[in-house]
Design a protein around this ligand. Structure first.
Ligand SMILES: Cc1cc2nc3c(=O)[nH]c(=O)nc-3n(C[C@H](O)[C@H](O)[C@H](O)COP(=O)(O)O)c2cc1C
Length: 152
């Protein structure tokens, strides 16, 4: 059944970042969705084993960086190793906006969010964030797509 679900649902690819003091980290996430218009709420589903899970809980903020179709390598960089073991942001340019969570200037777009609630959901946790700032950085680019366990 899981194979059917992977094939049926199409996702974007996002690097979800956060910052606790001087510590910054990011992880690739595909399970991201808008869930309210007023206020603008976006949910990110994160497994408790992720380092990002602990950091976002602690900081109460996150940024959703939308990858472009040219950024598969960035998706792999943040998606296959944990920030507990490597500094995934090393050598990458990043800026901050309203919340202080790292924003990747080369991303298609960013959403800067303040966490407003969390919910357990099976083997993941849903982090619901209110978008406090958002911008399309590269309107000419095409967002990256994740389907059937592969990038497109
Ligand atoms: C394309 C792709 C999508 C992913 N989507 C999610 C997701 O939605 N939620 C999640 O918990 N992990 C997801 N992951 C796995 C995490 O990115 C991965 O476990 C990462 O190493 C966690 O990093 P951290 O420990 O530094 O937080 C995804 C990985 C890839 C490659």
């Amino acid at each position: 059944m899981q194979e059917v679900i992977f094939d049926a649902l199409v996702h974007g690819v996002y690097v979800v970042t956060t910052r606790v003091g001087e510590k910054i980290n990011g992880m690739t996430a595909a399970w991201v969705s808008q869930v309210s218009l007023h206020p603008p709420l976006v949910v990110v589903s994160i497994a408790p084993s992720r380092y990002s899970h602990d950091l976002i809980r602690e900081s109460g903020v996150m940024a959703v960086n939308v990858l472009t179709s040219e950024q598969v390598e960035l998706g792999k960089r943040f998606g296959y190793k944990s920030g507990r073991k490597v500094d995934k942001c090393a050598g990458l340019a990043w800026i901050t906006k309203a919340t202080g969570a790292p924003i990747l200037p080369q991303a298609y777009a960013y959403l800067d969010l303040k966490i407003v609630s969390t919910f357990p959901a099976g083997d993941h946790t849903l982090f619901v964030g209110e978008v406090v700032e958002a911008k399309i950085l590269h309107p000419q680019a095409r967002p990256l797509v994740f389907k059937k366990s592969d990038f497109f």
